[in-house]
Design a protein around this ligand. Structure first.
Ligand code: PDD
Length: 281
């Protein structure tokens, strides 16, 4: 495997950043994960748009032009011979002696890109059986719309899910409303077949898969309501599912101890999953 690290393509086993990289010391950086399908990056343009927004919110410079970044991404995918899988890109504020304020403006942001193959069968399997989720209080900061590498609460929530023997943890706010999953957006389907997902304000990440799915729904004539929904409403929903670059659309068949619908993937989520890549770019 090959990784890109600050201007060089290096063997993955030897790909390293400096101990004083601010990503390492302060989680002072942002990232993107993009699906690779048939050798192409799904919705690359939207991922780069979101990356540029995350960087701007944190006042980190783009280390290279958008076009050059596209070349690096595709080169890492090519050098790793990835047909189906994921590309990971991370930009931090760079390397400087540890000190909380921003380093001098000449400090170069650090860019790392990796890619890995993930056989389609892995996700197709969970989509066919459906997944279970647990619910946990959302204890993250109030700017989770910025895709920062500061993911400790997400890591702990995901591990709690694994410890409970399930795939994902749905987080809920102080009012008992679902925000999102630890690495996915959360959706339910109401009795009349309407999709419901939380509005993308500062309280969730505006998932690219979420945005594209709204277009898929419009094309299929499925109504979408962006509004808050509670854990209780989710447990009574006709269907539930998650979206994200790593899972696309994956049905949720159990929330805590509550079986959703008849415990099998719902027809709406299944249809959306099938139609997804016709709307993705
Ligand atoms: N996670 N919400 C959170 C907290 C996420 O971390 C992600 C993505 C999403 C879905 O966003 P998108 O549809 O753009 O992938 C929602 C990535 C895949 C990760 O951290 O691995």
């Amino acid at each position: 495997r090959i990784a890109y690290v600050n201007g060089r393509y290096v063997r993955h086993a030897e790909a390293a950043v400096h101990v004083e990289d601010r990503g390492y010391q302060f989680a002072d950086g942002v990232y993107e994960v993009c699906e690779i399908r048939d050798g192409f990056l799904t919705d690359e343009r939207r991922h780069i748009d979101r990356l540029i927004r995350s960087l701007a919110e944190l006042r980190i410079r783009m280390p290279m032009s958008r076009a050059a970044l596209g070349v690096v991404l595709r080169e890492v995918v090519r050098r790793n011979h990835v047909r189906d899988g994921l590309v990971y890109l991370q930009i931090t504020r760079g390397v400087a002696p540890r000190n909380h304020p921003f380093p001098s403006p000449e400090t170069e942001p650090a860019l790392v890109v990796t890619a890995k193959s993930v056989p389609r069968s892995v996700h197709d399997h969970s989509a066919e059986t459906g997944i279970a989720v647990i619910t946990l209080p959302d204890n993250r900061w109030d700017r989770v719309d910025i895709k920062t590498v500061g993911l400790l609460p997400n890591v702990l929530a995901k591990q709690a899910a694994r410890d409970a023997g399930v795939y994902e943890a749905w987080l809920y706010d102080a009012d008992g409303n679902v925000t999102e999953g630890s690495s996915t957006n959360a959706w339910i389907v109401t009795a009349d077949g309407t999709l419901v997902t939380r509005p993308a304000e500062h309280g969730i990440l505006r998932g690219i898969t979420r945005t594209v799915l709204m277009e898929v729904a419009a094309r299929l004539g499925v109504k979408v309501e962006e509004r808050k929904f509670s854990v209780e409403e989710a447990k009574r929903a006709r269907e539930a599912f998650i979206t994200g670059a790593t899972t696309i659309v994956t049905p949720v068949v159990k929330i805590d101890d509550q079986v959703i619908g008849n415990g099998a993937p719902g027809s709406v989520a299944t249809a959306l999953r099938k139609a997804f890549h016709d709307s993705a770019e």
